[in-house]
Write a protein that binds this ligand. Sequence first.
Ligand SMILES: Nc1ncnc2c1ncn2[C@@H]1O[C@H](COP(=O)(O)OP(=O)(O)OP(=O)(O)O)[C@@H](O)[C@H]1O
Ligand SMILES: [Mg+2]
Length: 215
Amino acid sequence: MSAPSPAPSPRGRFITFEGIDGAGKSTQHARLIDYLRDKGVTVVASREPGGTPLGEKLRTLLLGDSMHLETEALLMFAARREHIAQVIEPALMRGDWVVCDRFTDASVAYQGGGRGLPLTKLQQLATWVQGDLRPDLTLVFDAPVELAQARVRSGTTNPDRFEQEQNEFFQRVRQAYLAIAANEPLRVKVINATQSPEKIATEVKALVDKVYLIH
Ligand SMILES: Nc1ncnc2c1ncn2[C@@H]1O[C@H](COP(=O)(O)OP(=O)(O)OP(=O)(O)O)[C@@H](O)[C@H]1O
Ligand SMILES: [Mg+2]
């Protein structure tokens, strides 16, 4: 008689970080990864666009080369398709957590809100590429555009194609993120990103601790 197969591991948690350039996503992403690993959670730290070797090549194109707005959206979702197939789904199936610096809300905010691509087209792509997959928790780091841009300027010598956009573009992106949060208050939480990194990290941990209770 063969030994009984082990019980399948419970599905992991999927957390995404969002916000305009310079809001402080990557800073808090690194801190949360450390926090979760210290708690003994197996975490896959990832980012979009990117997250796979092919996705990182697409990221280089997306952040560097001028292109049609729809090409930009399609490449974002192409990279996402690869990321979901190669990294996100397998990790969640193993019971690992995935903490991703940007995901589909960024396409809605940047290509939709920022550049004006109709939401219906983005929703079609999202349905195609991710099916039912949704983050369990999304944190929107919210700060005034002027503050976020000052942070980008102080931290970067070579701004990418998005970071070079004008104030009005980021105002639209910010408003699009706030609209997403207003529409999906259970999944999406807005964090005041003007606070100190320590204060923000404390809020992030409190919200993430609650995600244990989901499902
Ligand atoms: N709460 C904070 N207060 C002050 N400065 C901060 C704070 N959080 C991050 N910074 C600084 O602001 C700059 C941008 O932060 P970070 O790279 O985390 O932003 P980001 O949202 O990931 O930006 P991007 O979208 O361009 O990747 C960095 O130099 C970082 O050290
Ligand atoms: Mg970043």
